[in-house]
Design a protein around this ligand. Structure first.
Ligand SMILES: [Zn+2]
Ligand SMILES: [Zn+2]
Length: 327
């Protein structure tokens, strides 16, 4: 590469993928930092990105002090968009034994865990610095706070509900993986993580498996279900409204990915109880629920815009669940 070349985002990404696997990581760092020094980054918004990729190569080579200098510079170059750089910097400070500074940097970012679905990089940086316990504590507290909000603010806008659902999904998954790495047993949030992942895999499986059917509980059944088997409360959202919105979204996502032959089956408490009894299985077990769903008659999804909604509300689809997937 000649010195007059512009450094593109593609090239930065390519260097990031090569990383320390390259026979000459120092040359890659020099290429990135040189382009920043000489103002040759094609898109100035990628300046911080170039510096952080260079810092990462240095970290992999064990040169934490120089990596720290590059993250500090990345923050200075892009002060308006510096949360990720600050997290990297906080992690490096911890690893360099500068505990107070590192924790202060990371703690300042902690509120992002409740609002920014990408902010789980904080967890990575804490865990890499040997602070898995702290990371776990932060994840749990963030989940508690979001759960509390969704329970108490039932009249939140659909946008807010969608955001909360996305946050809960991301946080439970990251927390589940962290606890697994720490050798901890499943707790309630881990069970929720498993259920949510299964539900989203189910939506994605629709691509491969042809027909895909989601188990849905009409309003009265939903309430009866959770009253009869409180253990299932961890597997479902707090309200029936959220339950139908999640179902509509999963189907819309699957349809967006090209799945055809989508459908819904409506469960009933009495039906599940007798199905589980005949099968001799636990009605709250995910496998039982899947098998029960397979035994039911499917209603095709989506209904016509002016037809009755699939959720059983009696309203027209276009006025009921159709807009729920759009947030
Ligand atoms: Zn699990
Ligand atoms: Zn509906």
């Amino acid at each position: 590469m000649s010195t007059s070349d512009l450094l593109t985002a593609d090239r930065i990404e390519e260097i990031g993928a090569l990383g320390s696997e390259s026979p000459d990581p120092a040359a890659l760092v020099a290429e990135l930092v040189g382009a920043v020094d000489e103002g040759r980054v094609a898109d100035p918004d990628d300046t911080g990105y170039a510096l952080l990729v260079a810092a990462d190569i240095l970290v992999q080579a064990g040169d934490l002090a120089d990596a720290l200098a590059l993250t500090t510079r990345a923050i200075a170059e892009q002060p308006d968009d510096d949360a990720y750089s600050r997290s990297k910097r906080g992690g490096l400070l911890l690893r360099l034994g500068r505990e107070d500074e590192g924790l202060a940097e990371l703690t300042a970012l902690r509120p992002l865990l409740e609002t920014d679905p990408d902010a789980t990089y904080l967890v990575d940086d804490l865990a890499e610095a040997g602070r898995a316990e702290t990371a776990l504590e932060w994840l749990t507290a963030a989940l508690d706070a979001i759960m509390d909000r969704t329970r108490t603010q039932q009249h939140e806008s659909e946008d807010a509900q969608d955001e909360a659902a996305a946050m809960i999904y991301g946080l439970t998954q990251r927390r589940h993986d962290l606890r697994e790495e720490m050798g901890l047993p499943h707790d309630d949030y881990d069970n929720l993580a498993d259920r949510l992942r299964a539900a989203s895999n189910h939506a994605l499986d629709a691509l491969d498996d042809g027909p895909a059917t989601l188990l849905f509980w009409p309003q009265a059944e939903f309430e009866a279900l959770l009253a009869r088997w409180p253990a299932l409360a961890d597997s479902y959202p707090a309200t029936w409204d959220e339950h139908r919105a999640q179902t509509e979204r999963a189907l819309a996502d699957a349809a967006g990915l090209g799945a055809a032959d989508l459908g819904v089956v409506a469960g009933s408490v009495a039906g599940l109880a007798s199905f589980a009894e005949q099968a001799g299985s636990d009605p709250t077990d995910e496998e039982t629920l899947d098998e029960y769903a397979d035994s039911l008659d499917e209603v095709a999804w989506p209904p016509g815009r002016n037809d009755a909604c699939w959720c059983g509300s009696g309203a027209k689809y276009k006025k009921c669940c159709l807009p729920r997937s759009r947030g």
